[in-house]
Design a protein around this ligand. Structure first.
Ligand code: COA
Length: 380
């Protein structure tokens, strides 16, 4: 019997309302992404990732004094214990960077000074969320270094999240424009309602497991190609296409063979992903500054062909992919960069879930065999 024959069942929970939130609104009609009443575009344009993190975790935009204090705290909290590096060094170097991130947060949990607090201790959860936000970039950048046999770099507490991450990744500070591009992408990646990883995180903390378990769940869920893993896959696709003159034929061929084009389509947005225009503009600016429009032009033909043939829009992962690539960021850490941003959204949702908690336990429809007599072992 086809699953869709059941009136109360929506495969993939599509269209099902699974909760109430004050954190983020996805305005599909106007293709707008709104964090606690503030258009994410405005934050990306005029604000910073730190203001985004403060808004999501503390529930309000910081004033100048609060922002300075928040930046200072994040700077002071970026270091991770040596034992966590020991755990990361034990992993085989073919481990995917997302699995390094998952292992890093799993190991980090019991070093948190609030480890023993109740999962319902809101103030402790906020403190944990700030530490998680501060340490995410350190885990990802130094995991990358460990994986490639490079010495780890201690974070620079004077730098912001984006600047420090790039510094740790490359071993030297990057220019202000590069830092701004990364900062913008972190702001736009920070939060997106009841997406798969956030929902999974809420399910985990709703059992009264702790917020770190929610983060580990979130990372595991984000890894997949249908979710965060799409930015990595989108860039691999652009590299396989190679040049603008091959793009149209490549996409047509892929669609004919029923391949999914990574970085396209969205469960929520059907008219346009609100995060795309701003990242596309930045990706184009990177190309112009570098005097090489080859990736931008290739991407534009892919986008046009997808629109002409399928009417499907790019999502955030498509422009993020070729923006990062042009900035020289290794493809394998595109999805972990998503983690550096999304830990703020996951944390905010974990705290909100626990503010008014109810175990998340949906029902399912049984389609297995009917009741049968117990078959004795020797008769099977
Ligand atoms: N490439 C080709 N076709 C796509 C597509 C894509 N990226 N995204 C959707 N479609 C097609 C499907 O094949 C399907 O066509 P059909 O009705 O002829 O079978 C139709 O559009 C609906 O797709 P569906 O997968 O049911 O939509 P969804 O709402 O369940 O899925 C995604 C949303 C994101 C999972 C889906 O668009 C996808 O797999 N995209 C690629 C991965 C990606 O970029 N993920 C990041 C999301 S931010």
């Amino acid at each position: 019997m086809a699953a869709t024959a059941y009136p109360n069942y929506s495969p993939g929970l599509e269209g099902i309302v699974a909760g109430i939130t004050k954190i983020c609104e996805i305005d599909k009609e106007h293709s707008r992404l709104i964090y606690r009443g503030i258009d994410a575009h405005d934050i990306a344009e005029w604000g910073s990732f730190e203001e985004t993190a403060h808004l999501l975790i503390h529930g309000a935009l910081p004033n100048a004094q609060e922002l300075a204090a928040f930046r200072k705290t994040l700077g002071e909290e970026r270091q991770i214990p040596g034992q966590v590096y020991d755990v990361l060094r034990l992993l085989p170097t073919n481990t995917h960077p997302m699995d390094y991130a998952r292992a890093g947060f799993a190991a980090l949990a019991s070093f948190d000074p609030d480890y023993a607090t109740s999962p319902l201790d809101r103030a402790a959860n906020v403190r944990k969320a700030v530490r998680i936000t501060a340490k995410a970039g350190t885990i990802v950048a130094n995991s990358h270094r460990i994986r490639h046999g490079q010495p780890i770099i201690e974070p620079d507490p004077s730098l912001g999240t984006a600047g420090n991450f790039l510094y740790m990744l490359h071993g030297k500070r990057q220019d202000a424009f590069t830092e701004k591009v990364l900062d913008t992408s972190l702001t736009l990646y920070a939060e997106h309602g009841f997406n798969a990883s956030t929902f999974a995180c809420r399910v985990t903390v709703a059992t009264l497991s702790d917020i770190y378990s929610g983060i580990v769940t979130g990372i595991g869920t984000l890894h997949g190609a249908l979710h965060g893993g799409a930015n990595e896959e989108a860039m691999k696709m652009l590299i396989e296409i190679g040049s603008a003159d091959r793009a149209e034929a490549w996409v047509k061929d892929a669609l004919e063979t029923k391949k999914k084009i990574m970085g396209f389509g969205h469960r929520e947005y059907k008219k346009g992903d609100s995060r795309v225009p701003i990242l596309k503009k930045l990706a184009r600016e990177i190309g112009e500054r570098k005097g090489d429009m080859h990736w931008v032009e290739t991407a534009e033909i892919v986008e046009k062909t997808m629109m002409d043939i399928k009417g499907i829009i790019p999502n955030v992962d498509f422009p993020a992919a070729y923006a990062y690539y042009q900035l020289g960021i290794p493809i394998e850490i595109y999805t972990p960069i998503f983690v550096v941003a999304r830990v703020t959204g996951w944390s905010a949702h974990a705290i909100e879930q626990l503010d008014n908690n109810r175990l998340i336990r949906p029902a399912c429809i049984y389609e297995g065999p009917g009741l049968r007599p117990w078959p004795a072992l020797e008769s099977r």
